[in-house]
Design a protein around this ligand. Structure first.
Ligand code: P53
Length: 480
């Protein structure tokens, strides 16, 4: 078969993880507790419990995770063998500032990332770093109430300044807040917790609280982008969005309109990150709902000065929106928050996530048309149950199929649609603690880790079939 190299020469093929889902060693090296450390294990379809501090007898899967903290050298050897050009992880904020509000950072935490980044670079792998991926220091919740509080802006900027300066010659690509839009409607207490270190109270107007926290984060992000460009003009600083495109369920015009309105709830975040101002549709919405969102003229100025260099996003699935009840045929009243419904044209994973490769091309087009900025797909992947054969092999053809189908769509987006796509880091390149439920057995990796949902296992690493498949994709710079 002839080989056609269809991806740009410098394309950043890689893999992605987040500190709290792999590192473990939650109380070593002077690290403080983070929001991720008080999340118990849920199960498929069952949310995790957020506990007040750590409660004896409960199982917290992130405390050990896959012990990357102690095993990273061994893992990086495998990444090198896999051929990764880049590795996306995050810095655990509470390793650097155990409480979050100190003036002086924890040197041991800084040394850990010095050594980790050196080891990656030594192996020819470029680190891509997220500053805040779901693990805000727990103390910032107990003491300040998380991102409800404007003081959080300075704590985040202070932390970012320390790491941007420290690693200015080791890391070029950075992102500020992971999937900042997960919390958008305030309906998931888990997302509000992990995005903002906020626990909603009964008398909170949820959506208003979340808008305020989100704006505080967007201001903090803009300050960091501005500062980062002063520290090193070569830095590339991105935002990080969860893009789950919402299609109109039917060609009913009200469905089409509802899909636009529901997408605005996601675009609110990237519109500010990229365009540098609060969109008019949001200002009108706040006005209509009588929300009082606090911001100053100076803060608005910062938004314009700290726009991002690229757009990082995760893509796993699509969704669709209807304004008509399927059974009764009656209109659903609360437009524009009509009903998310399943799509009869696409299959779902064992976790109910809708598998839609064309949706990735759709998102790439929409985002590129809207912003005309470089795009980096920093997460995409297939969470599935894997089976180990007697000889230790793992035949994860379903994962290869999923990734192949998405890479095909990326190729079309680049070559047919003209999208400026700079890289692709599939999620959970090595099996890790799943975010949504804390399960280990919803696996994403090309490298298997022997550990189960209850935390049992040797933590031994082994290669799945997808390992050699992805190796060839990287080597060929595209699909054969
Ligand atoms: P898990 C929602 C939609 C898409 C991605 O998720 C999401 C979420 C959050 O629930 O999260 C991202 O592990 C996130 C990662 C996470 C990954 O997707 O719940 O950035 O931390 O692990 C996959 O299956």
């Amino acid at each position: 078969m002839s080989l056609i190299k269809k991806f740009p020469e410098e394309f950043l093929w890689g893999g992605a993880v987040a500190a709290h889902q792999i590192e473990g060693a939650f109380n070593e090296g002077g690290r403080g507790l983070s929001c991720a450390d008080v999340l118990t294990a849920g199960s498929n379809g069952v949310e995790r419990e957020i506990t007040d501090g750590i409660i004896q007898g409960k199982y917290y899967p992130n405390h050990e995770a896959i012990d990357f903290y102690h095993r990273y050298k061994e893992d990086i050897k495998l990444f090198r063998e896999l051929g990764l050009k880049t590795f996306r992880t995050s810095i655990s904020w509470s390793r650097i500032f155990p409480n979050g509000d100190e003036k002086i950072p924890n040197e041991k935490g800084l040394i850990f990332y010095d050594e980790l980044f050196d080891e990656l670079l030594l192996n020819g792998i470029e680190p891509v770093i997220t500053l805040s991926h779901f693990e805000i220091p727990y103390h910032l919740y107990t003491e300040y109430g998380g991102f409800r509080n404007k003081k959080m802006i300075d704590f985040f900027v202070n932390y970012a300044e320390v790491v941007l300066k420290r690693y200015k010659n080791k890391v070029k690509y950075w992102m500020t807040f992971n999937e900042i839009n997960n919390q958008a409607d305030g309906q998931s207490s888990l997302h509000v917790w992990t995005n903002s270190a906020i626990r909603l109270k009964d008398d909170d107007i949820k959506e208003e609280v979340v808008f305020q926290a989100s704006l505080n984060e967007l201001i903090a992000s803009a300050k960091v982008v501005k500062l980062a460009h002063e520290i090193n003009p070569n830095f590339q600083i991105g935002c990080m969005m969860a893009y789950v495109p919402v299609y109109a369920y039917s060609c009913n015009p009200t469905d089409a309109m509802a899909a636009i309105k529901v997408m605005e709830r996601r675009y609110f975040y990237s519109d500010i990150h990229v365009r540098g101002h609060i969109p008019k549709y949001t200002l009108n919405y706040w006005h209509k709902k009588h929300y009082h969102i606090d911001y100053s003229v100076d803060e608005l100025k910062i938004l314009t000065e700290g726009t991002v260099d690229f757009i990082g996003f995760s893509y796993y699935m699509s969704s669709s929106e209807t304004t008509v009840d399927e059974l009764s045929g009656q209109p659903i009243p609360d437009f524009p928050h009509a009903k998310i419904t399943s799509n009869p044209y696409i299959k779902t994973s064992d976790w109910g996530w809708q598998i839609d490769p064309v949706g990735l091309r759709y998102v790439l087009n929409m985002v590129y048309e809207r912003y005309e900025k470089p795009i980096f797909i920093v997460e995409n992947g297939f969470g599935a149950y894997d089976k180990i054969e007697n000889d230790g092999s793992i035949h994860d053809q379903y994962r290869i199929d999923y990734l192949r189908a998405h890479i095909e769509q990326m190729e079309k987006a680049i070559n047919e649609d003209g999208v400026d796509l700079i890289g692709y880091t599939p999620w959970g390149i090595i099996d890790l603690v799943r975010f949504g439920s804390g399960e280990m057995e919803k696996r994403y990796g090309m490298i298997y880790v022997d550990k189960d949902n209850q935390g049992r296992g040797s933590l031994k690493r082994s290669k799945k079939d997808s390992f050699s498949w992805y190796h060839d994709v990287i080597e060929n710079n595209g699909l054969e």
